[in-house]
Write a protein that binds this ligand. Sequence first.
Ligand SMILES: [Zn+2]
Length: 161
Amino acid sequence: MKCTECGTTMKTQRENYRYDESGLKKVTLVGIEVSRCPRCGNYEVSIPHMEDLHRLIARAVIEKTTRLTSEEVRFLRKSLGWSGVDFARNMGVTEETVSRWENGAVPIGPQADRLLRLMVAQGRLTTTYPTERLSQINPKKATPARLQIEARDDQWELVAA
Ligand SMILES: [Zn+2]
């Protein structure tokens, strides 16, 4: 494969890749094929089964027991296929409130946090969601879900959470 920037042949290898494109801060894809240009530093990442991957991330995020971070609120909202306007309407809040949750100006409240999780669990995920987790969510602490995800046998798997 040639570099799209400078035409040099790129070197492909498997790496642990921080999936910042997800908008989340601590999601690592384990053993992903990354092609790097030795001359200019340009790189390309090959991420298979994107839809499954996003479903798995959403699933892991709604099962964590600390408050959702602003990045996670945005990720989950998008995973539902909703615009900010849709989200405001479905949550029963103003669009400004949604913006504040997503840009980190104000933390999402405990009820909205639970409701969003339930909507994600209900809307897109086929497996059962342990609702008892809702009572364990710590409203005082927002730590990002730290995930390591590996593509195994054509399927995404959570290797560490
Ligand atoms: Zn290059």
